[in-house]
Design a protein around this ligand. Structure first.
Ligand code: HEM
Length: 132
């Protein structure tokens, strides 16, 4: 699909800021982030700007390994991914035009699916029932 309206760094920042406002007000997600991020939201948000800039604008600014990072997060439950996606989708719909929101949303769904598989998939069990 050809993007008619170019995505800007400003949109990436606003989206990440809005989304993290929702995360920090969420009963399930907030405790995990508070524990892991341990007050250093500035560093985490800077990383997330880089990540979404790399994903959506192919700037290559993010140099990390989200799979390894999420595999180490204690208390991460597979059901939390739907909540994460709900909040992300809300921010997309509130801030972006429909086409741009759809492009961010599609990437988020795909990456969430690959993270879920990486963290919860067990080759000896049925997927996805075994992870629920
Ligand atoms: C239940 C869902 C999720 C939870 C609870 C969660 C939680 C977290 C936490 C606590 C961190 C900070 C880790 C640290 O600083 O050590 C983190 C980092 C990150 N998350 Fe998630 N996450 C979730 C889903 C996602 C999804 C769906 C994406 C992408 C679409 C994503 C992308 C990232 C990235 C890029 C980082 C930075 C990794 C790095 O340090 O390089 N997360 N996540």
């Amino acid at each position: 699909m050809t993007q008619t309206v170019p995505i800007s760094e400003e949109q990436v920042r606003q989206l990440v800021d809005s989304f993290y406002g929702k995360i920090r007000a969420d009963a399930d997600l907030e405790p995990i982030f508070e524990r892991v991020v341990a007050g250093d939201w500035e560093t985490h948000l800077a990383k997330m700007y880089d990540f979404w800039s790399s994903v959506m604008l192919t700037t290559g600014r993010y140099k990390g390994n989200p799979v390894a990072v999420h595999q180490r997060i204690e208390g991460l439950e597979i059901g939390f991914f739907d909540r994460w996606l709900d909040l992300f989708g809300e921010s997309c719909d509130e801030l972006l035009d429909e086409e741009t929101a759809g492009l961010f949303w599609l990437k988020a769904v795909r990456i969430a699916e690959s993270l879920k598989l990486a963290v919860f998939y067990r080759p000896d069990r049925r997927w996805p029932e075994s992870a629920a």
